[in-house]
Design a protein around this ligand. Structure first.
Ligand code: PEP
Ligand code: MN
Length: 286
């Protein structure tokens, strides 16, 4: 850790929670999702639609992202929507589709859990559970995730500091689950031209303070399809262990977040570009 002229460790005044801290575990933690390792030399790409909508949608999207080199399929079955009148997700039918498509393509799946009462159900289908931005400080949910035996993808709260983010992860580790991946997905600032302000400085900061893998979500981080490739490349350059990106076979028809979803061709092109960046920073992408 850097020191200032008085030899005081510089982390702007908070102490890193014990279990996530590099003091407790100097080595990088590698999270294993059904054989896909996040936190090692490979930069792992998680891709798929915002929400599971149909067999056709998930099948076509999964086929293309697998061919493009993604390691994990994403897709929400329970969606946290700002409006109660928006599509809320397919629920258990969506989970079933995810598990069908997993069998078809051999891709592990990650999907969001929003409520402690859903954990058992979601864990029974998913290879990794996602705790979304809006639930980063849902402490009962964090504890429940800490008691389950599946890896957890924890997204940064849109109003959360790095300290609060690390404390949220600490809740999960404190229950005995060390398989946690942190995800920077943008924070709210005064800026309105992007959906959120993607805080890429969180990546080196988190990697310095804690031993957990850190990935970046340029889709929610920008809200703009055309900007996703630039920020994805920047995320790899800045040391992210992976990316999670929304991809849809027909973005203009998506029931959720189509404006920030890459088309299948855009995704394939981006993967080719990302491989070059990865090599330049001593990593690889499959
Ligand atoms: C998502 O990944 O679809 C999602 C809702 O993300 P966030 O929790 O970061 O808004
Ligand atoms: Mn989304």
């Amino acid at each position: 850790m850097d020191t200032n002229s008085c030899d005081i460790p510089v982390n702007h005044g908070f102490s890193v929670p014990a279990r996530v801290s590099r003091d407790s575990n100097p080595e990088d933690t590698i999270v294993n999702i059904k054989g896909v390792e996040v936190g090692g030399s490979e930069v792992v790409v998680i891709a798929g639609p915002c929400a599971v909508e149909s067999h056709e949608q998930l099948f076509e999207t999964a086929k293309a992202i697998k061919a493009g080199g993604a390691g994990i399929l994403r897709g929400g079955a329970f969606k946290p929507r700002s409006s109660p009148y928006s599509f809320q997700g397919m629920g258990e039918d969506g989970l079933k589709l995810l598990s069908d498509i997993r069998k078809e393509f051999g891709l592990p799946v990650v999907t969001e859990v929003m409520d402690t009462r859903q954990v058992e159900l979601v864990v029974s289908y998913a290879d990794m559970i996602q705790i979304g931005s809006r639930n980063m400080q849902n402490y009962p949910l964090l504890k429940e995730a800490g008691m389950c035996k599946k890896p957890v993808l924890l997204k940064r709260g849109m109003m959360s500091t790095i300290e609060e983010f690390l404390l949220a992860a600490e809740y999960i580790l404190n229950q005995g689950n060390e398989q946690v991946i942190l995800c920077e997905r943008g924070i709210r600032t005064f800026e309105t031209s992007t959906r959120n302000t993607l805080d890429l400085s969180a990546v080196p900061m988190l990697k310095r303070l804690c031993h957990l893998p850190v990935i970046v979500d340029p889709s929610h981080g920008t809200g703009l399809r055309w900007m996703v490739p630039s920020m994805a490349k920047a995320a790899v350059a800045v040391g992210a262990d992976g990316l999670i990106m929304e991809v849809h076979y027909k973005p203009e028809e998506a029931l959720c977040d189509g404006q920030q979803s890459l088309s299948l061709n855009e995704f394939t092109q981006l993967m080719a570009d990302l491989r070059k960046i990865a090599v330049a920073v001593g990593r690889e992408i499959r």
